[in-house]
Write a protein that binds this ligand. Structure first.
Ligand SMILES: C[S@@+](CC[C@H](N)C(=O)[O-])C[C@H]1O[C@@H](n2cnc3c(N)ncnc32)[C@H](O)[C@@H]1O
Length: 265
């Protein structure tokens, strides 16, 4: 088997994303939007890719779907199992990488990902794998961050201070409909887009930033990397506040995100 050139990058991601649990409160409402947008129905087999704490998988399972979830982070999968148990649903959660899914071809009626598969460094492999495990005629649907919205701009800000390894795709590319059309290509039909809003309650921009520094994988990683460089860290925080202020209204950081759905040809 070929060695993964991004193995070290993914190991760092696995560690950094383990901090994500507090943010899952904010990704819970959009999980219901994605499950509805994907048209998930009782009895369908559904894979939640990069499931984190399982918000999409649990929501799908509560509609009666047979859900599975996959993520890089064992810590988040433990929380996902607790969430499923609390909701009273049975879900198989598996540790793994979206670039090498451990299921046979055509295993699922639907493949979903909420702010997840976009972090795979090789976007072409991630989408090829998601489509491979989907049945012909099955539905793929995902939520992603547009490059012009806050989270997309945070990714760009962070990568200016902590560049990704050469050849890694920028996550926010998955928030651009033209790029999505090109990446899905003729492997799917009936591509549709929809926007919704995600809201983070926060007492001030600085409160939002503190939460991101503690719990958002790429931001947490950058802040720990800059721990010995207070000048650059202060500069990063100034730029971060300026950015967040543009999206902060009445104690809510609000921004739209993009949902995409398509049918496997
Ligand atoms: C922003 S979180 C989203 C989690 C969840 N889908 C939600 O909406 O709350 C991104 C997730 O992607 C996972 N992830 C990043 N790279 C991955 C990869 N190559 N394969 C599988 N999961 C990955 C992280 O571990 C993390 O759980």
């Amino acid at each position: 088997m070929a060695t993964d050139p991004f193995a070290q990058f993914k190991a760092a991601q696995r560690e950094a994303w383990a901090l994500f649990i507090p943010i899952a409160a904010s990704t819970t409402p959009p999980a219901a939007c994605l499950v509805e947008f994907a048209g998930i129905r009782s009895g369908q087999s559904v894979l939640d890719v990069a499931c984190g704490t399982g918000v999409v998988a649990v929501t799908a399972a509560r509609t009666g779907a047979k859900a599975c979830g996959l993520d890089l982070s064992p810590a988040l999968l433990d929380e996902a199992r607790r969430n499923a148990a609390m909701a009273g649903v049975e879900i198989e959660f598996t540790e793994g990488d979206v670039e090498a899914l451990p299921w046979p071809d055509a295993a699922f009626d639907a493949v979903l990902s909420q702010y997840g598969h976009m972090f795979a460094p090789r976007s072409e492999l991630a989408i090829a794998e998601m489509l491979r495990v989907l049945k012909p005629g099955g539905r793929i649907a995902f939520s992603t961050w547009p490059p012009e919205m806050l989270v997309g701009r945070i990714f760009a800000l962070v990568s200016g201070y902590l560049p990704p390894p050469p050849g890694a795709a920028a996550p926010q590319e998955w928030g651009d409909p033209a790029t999505i059309l090109q990446r899905l290509g003729s492997k799917v039909r009936n591509i549709e887009f929809c926007r919704d809003e995600l809201r983070f309650p926060a007492l001030s921009p600085q409160h939002f930033i503190a939460m991101m520094e503690q719990s958002a994988g790429p931001v947490a990683k950058l802040v720990s990397t800059l721990a010995d460089d207070p000048v650059r860290l202060a500069q990063f925080r100034r730029e971060f506040v300026e950015l967040v202020e543009q999206f902060f209204v009445r104690n809510i950081v609000r921004q739209s995100y993009l949902m995409t759905r398509a049918v496997k040809a």
